[in-house]
Write a protein that binds this ligand. Structure first.
Ligand code: ZN
Length: 187
């Protein structure tokens, strides 16, 4: 008999024992986790992720279609998690190259929003940092790593924004579009 999958839970609530001494946690789900027996302490601080907003010469935004959950089939922005010891800038350049084979030539920090990432039922807190990027050429665009199903250039409308996998990505895109509307036309 198939059991119903458990409801997603914050990662801090998954800790039942101290990983150092094995003692049962006294204050389950507390942040930081602090073992009453040996004082081992773990903060469940957000992990960092980067997202890229790229526009083609017509000003259309590059969206990607996610190949995997969370958000399979929905829109996202190219990007991903920052590795340990890596700068935001290096993560941005690496992720854009890995996901859509585009070479980042310049970037400008835009905005950040908190996010959550549900990994196999355990929810990690995330800080998403968004950058507006320029790329060497869109001619090289292609998909390599299996995390993306397709790409799509558009002037995002309400229906596109509603199809974003993550609210943080949608908010960043809305912020970008609102800033762009305020700028004087180049012509
Ligand atoms: Zn302990």
């Amino acid at each position: 008999m198939a059991s119903k999958p458990a409801a997603p839970q914050p990662i801090r609530k998954a800790w039942k024992f101290c990983p150092r001494c094995g003692v049962t946690v006294g204050r389950k789900g507390h942040n930081p986790f602090c073992c009453e027996a040996c004082q081992f302490t773990q903060y469940f601080a957000p992990v960092t992720a980067v997202g890229a907003i790229a526009t083609d010469p017509e000003g259309r935004v590059l969206l990607v279609v996610r190949a995997k959950d969370p958000g399979k089939g929905l829109y996202g922005l190219p990007g991903g998690f920052v590795d340990v010891g890596e700068t935001l800038e290096a993560a941005l350049t690496r992720e854009v190259l890995e996901e859509v084979q585009l070479e980042v030539t310049s970037y400008r920090y835009l905005v950040s929003y908190p996010n959550e990432y549900n990994f196999r039922g355990f929810v990690l807190p995330v800080t998403d940092m968004f950058f507006v990027i320029e790329v060497k050429s869109f001619d090289s665009i292609s998909l390599l790593d299996g995390e993306i199903d397709a790409w799509h250039f558009c002037n995002p409308k309400k229906k596109d924004l509603q199809r974003m996998a993550f609210e943080s990505n949608r908010k960043a895109l809305e912020f970008f579009l609102s800033q762009r509307r305020k700028q004087p036309s180049p012509r």
